[in-house]
Design a protein around this ligand. Structure first.
Ligand SMILES: *[C@@H]1O[C@H](CO)[C@@H](O)[C@H](O)[C@H]1NC(C)=O
Ligand SMILES: *[C@@H]1O[C@H](CO)[C@@H](O)[C@H](O)[C@H]1NC(C)=O
Length: 239
């Protein structure tokens, strides 16, 4: 399925590049396309028709953002790092791999993983369309990095990512999320030439959104109802 994932990825990029849906955002994916009734877009000799969203994207009434960091009494999974490597040791950089991102417009959910097999499965089986990479991260714990935990709320159809064990545990205890382990390892401070991975949240869509692009933060906060929730961590730039 690698070929078709690549094809979707390529077509997606081409379409976005040619048709910024609102005319204001030039670097992405997410803009307001899922709200558009129908978009007929052309690329070379090919015409794409982007269908309107299915009406099954259920409006969920709960909109509690995951900003609470109240520790819970539950027993968190054991994720203790075995070593405490020194800060500013950047020798692991050659091992970094892309943080992949995909979006499912029908359920309004962004999915992130550093595992290409998982991404291929999400694209092939779960209705996700791959978008731009969100910097480079590690698949093993390296100097200065911590786990970026992934959680999922099956009712809200939302993937949530955090480096905070308190937020992770609170999401499980109080917000119906299930822990899905570790998506990647990222920096907690801006070392080794890393850049911020911003976190935003839409209460309306019940969707957590992560990006390395300030342009997406600036556009999506006012444009699509996402609230800026600060910096989730630091990742290496694309190159
Ligand atoms: C990637 O994900 C697949 C499927 O979940 C898993 O079997 C595999 O071990 C993962 N690879 C790495 C390097 O974690
Ligand atoms: C997550 O799912 C539960 C049901 O399992 C729901 O009650 C809750 O509101 C959802 N959380 C969020 C943040 O929407």
């Amino acid at each position: 399925m690698k070929f078709s994932a690549l094809l979707i990825f390529t077509v997606t990029y081409t379409t976005y590049a040619l048709v910024p849906p609102t005319g204001t955002n030039t670097d992405d994916v997410l803009v307001k396309r899922q709200y558009d009734p129908v978009c007929t877009c052309t690329s070379g000799s090919t015409t794409y028709t982007i269908a309107p969203p299915t009406s099954s994207s259920t409006a969920l009434t709960s909109s509690t953002p995951l900003t609470s960091s109240t520790p819970t009494t539950g027993t968190p999974p054991v994720t203790t790092p075995t070593t405490s490597p020194p800060q500013n040791d950047c020798t692991a950089i050659p091992k970094a791999t892309f943080l992949l991102r995909a979006y499912n417009k029908n359920v309004k959910d962004l999915y992130y993983t550093a595992n290409a097999t998982q991404m291929a499965s999400a694209v092939a089986n779960n209705g996700y369309v791959e978008g731009p990479h969100m910097g480079r991260v590690y698949t093993t714990q390296e100097a200065g990095t911590v786990p970026l935990y992934r959680l999922y709320n099956a009712s809200a159809k939302d993937h949530f990512y955090t480096t905070s064990t308190a937020q992770r545990d609170n999401a499980v205890a109080a917000h119906g999320y299930t822990s899905q382990g570790i998506a990647a390892y990222i920096y907690t401070t801006q070392i080794c030439g890393s850049i911020p991975l911003y976190r935003l949240y839409s209460a309306e869509d019940i969707d957590h959104f992560y990006t390395i692009h300030q342009g997406e933060v600036d556009n999506d906060v006012p444009g699509r109802g996402y609230a800026d929730q600060g910096i989730a961590g630091y990742v290496l730039p694309l190159q």
